[in-house]
Design a protein around this ligand. Sequence first.
Ligand SMILES: [Zn+2]
Length: 400
Amino acid sequence: MLNRAEKQPLCLFIIFSLLLLGASWSWGGFKPPVASDQSSVLHVKDSQATVSEKLKVIASAAGAASPIATVVEHLHRLNTTNGYLSKDRHKVETNSFWLAEYNLPWRIQINPLRGNYMPKLPRYRETLASQCKICDHNIESEKKPNLRAYDFTLNDQKYFLQESPFPMLKNHLVLIPHEHSRMRADQQNVEDGLDFVSQAPEYTFASNSCYFWTGCSIPGHHHYQAYYSGNEQEKPLPIYLASVALDDEQQEMIRYTEDHGVSLSVLHFPAAVVLLAGEDTEAIAGQAGQLIRTWKKKDRNQNTVNLLIRKKGESYEVRIILRSARYRPPKHLLSIKSEPMGWLELAGMLVMPQPKTEKIRERLISEGEETIQDFMRSINPFKNSQAILELVEKSLHDSP
Ligand SMILES: [Zn+2]
């Protein structure tokens, strides 16, 4: 039996242990807001000016630890409550297919938000800034009252970021320069992408191109996209699972810059992809720019690129997808997807509008692998990996 004096510390110990247990349980089940200061929490009725001020405070509180990723978490919370992001975004249906030839999975996403995205085939025309759908005058406008954005800089140019109203991936962002200027695809895109992933290493940066049929959705105003890829639990896009292509002697198709600062690998993949990797951003951007110029020179005003850029540890990876506006899906494929294929489709996720009937949907699923192969064959300007390797070798010898 314990006497009273012995019981007291024991009771205190039990109470203290229970308190600790309770605290750790609540921490495990509840993620505290990143900014503890209530004055910087975003509210539905906040104007863009207020949102800008609060996001600045949030970004500076996050310090060196990825202010952009922290800011986007706050913006995302606001966008889910203020009605900017449609509830229909959860109705997405994703099916996976195995492409045996490449030993890779591929996805088809049926996305109801893409239903009326581009009902007709595209036709290019110059867009005036006043009619532009992504210029900064759209923020808080009559047509987009809930659109809020965050100002930041990319290589000293003023940009703002906003969540995509048609998200296809986690925290899908659009990165837009304040200046209204035409879409382009060149070395500057690579430099901007490298700067963005340096600022937000949890994100993957993507760039479409400057010509229709090669993933050019808004030609009048330059822009990029990005999505959250920092969680190891997230399934990587198939382009990140591709191996290096082999030559006739079963050697990997890898070449290096003269100083070995950058490696260039041709990927075994249904689209024409070259992976550039290294730790020196200036060297990668320079070599990527040279490859883009060598490719464009072969067929001016037709050849272009899509880009995917990420940071992995200390290394930077630039995937250049070689595109040509001459290579388009045939009519029977356009009847199921009229929107030209962009970087996301070529990276391994075919995004489809909601099929008009259940029968079409069932056919799409049952013939998924053939549909993917047909789409990918129709847009690839290269006959084989050897031809891509020859372009890589030429770019290593071309002078800027
Ligand atoms: Zn614009």
